[in-house]
Design a protein around this ligand. Structure first.
Ligand code: NCD
Ligand code: ZN
Ligand code: ZN
Length: 335
């Protein structure tokens, strides 16, 4: 049995830089045709020169694969309209991080005060730039995303023409917001469709499943599954594949991030097949994102086959999700 996906896109992807970039970029570029590249490298991507240079480093890391990196800028509230007009030629979106809330977000916004953000958000809205948001407060870890809901609501109603992507949503409350505001969209990761907090910390602690936002409750996972499996027109696949070297994961003070790039499509096909929803996977991994972003992806065919895929223990010094386990589907070939 085979299943073909046309031009899969990863709408939330961390490719990092330097040696790590060289290891992980070819893995995404093999199975995906493009992706939204997160700007939280060190230092974060805040200038047009940095966007262009980072894109070039990505292009030289991907080898012969057909892959289009869709670049983003790290949101700052002091960008000028003139700067954003120029930036709009090079980036699709700006990524907003509340300061200090996740990996490499120290330079993020210190306050979510709408009036402070207004000049940049007005300009983005006029220019058709998309706002991608890591939506967590600094409250209790299980409530951070839910608490951020009211901020999503005021952003959505204050800037009705601005497309806002709630990145890597993990709660049923975030799912409910999708149908309440026309301009709210979401990415959903593979791991949040599969795991709950039980898998991270219910037994022996699993550092390779530790990420921000932390995996939540069963009812949250069910809500995410419901909209993904039915290809809700406002949800897109974004892996949030976030590689960290093994010594930063298997240690005291584990970094947040799950590395899924090399196993994502295989595991997604298995999941959608299990739920008799394979027909909707194409929309979830490509078509919906192209519509939301107003983007025409290059052509790539990824043929998956229902034969066992033994996941390797590590790629370079990064351990993937499902390391040493066997998935039901493998990638047969890419055209
Ligand atoms: N998701 C994570 O746990 N980590 C991401 C950052 C992010 O997407 O919040 C990373 O860059 O490592
Ligand atoms: Zn994030
Ligand atoms: Zn991320």
């Amino acid at each position: 049995m085979t299943h073909t996906l046309i031009s899969p896109l990863d709408m939330h992807l961390h490719l990092r830089d330097e040696a790590m970039l060289k290891v992980v970029a070819p893995l995404s570029a093999h199975s995906f045709v493009g992706g939204i590249i997160m700007p939280n490298v060190v230092p974060p991507i805040t200038t047009i020169e940095a966007v262009i240079a980072y894109k070039e480093r990505i292009m030289s890391a991907i080898g012969n694969n057909v892959f289009e990196p869709l670049m983003t800028l790290f949101f700052r509230s002091d960008y000028t309209r003139e700067f954003l007009e120029k930036a709009a030629l090079h980036v699709k979106a700006l990524k907003l991080y509340p300061s200090g809330i996740t990996t490499n977000s120290e330079g993020g916004v210190a306050s979510m005060d709408i009036e402070v953000l207004r000049p940049v958000l007005d300009a983005m809205s006029d220019l058709g730039l998309i706002l991608c948001v890591h939506g967590e407060t600094n409250g209790f870890v299980m409530d951070r995303e839910k608490e951020f809901g009211s901020i999503y609501e005021s952003l959505a109603s204050s800037f009705p023409k601005l497309k806002i992507v709630m990145e890597h949503i993990t709660t049923k409350e975030s799912v409910a917001l999708l149908d309440r505001y026309e301009n709210l969209y979401a990415t959903i990761t593979l791991h949040h469709l599969l795991i709950t907090l039980d898998d991270v910390a219910g037994g022996m602690l699993q550092p390779h499943l530790f990420c921000k936002p932390i995996a939540k409750r069963y009812e949250d996972r069910d809500a995410l599954l419901h909209v993904s499996l039915k290809a809700h027109p406002k949800v897109m696949f974004g892996s949030d594949s976030a590689p960290h070297p093994i010594h930063k994961k298997e240690c005291c003070g584990c970094a947040a991030g799950v590395f899924t790039a090399p196993i994502a499509l295989q595991a997604l096909v298995e999941l959608f097949d299990k739920h008799n929803a394979l027909a909707n996977l194409q929309a979830f991994v490509s078509n919906t994102a192209q519509t939301i972003y107003g983007y025409k992806a290059p052509h790539k065919e990824v043929v998956l086959e229902k034969t066992p895929f033994v996941v390797t223990h590590s790629y370079g010094d990064v351990v993937p999700m499902f390391a040493n386990e066997t998935l039901a589907w493998s990638i047969k070939h890419v055209l």
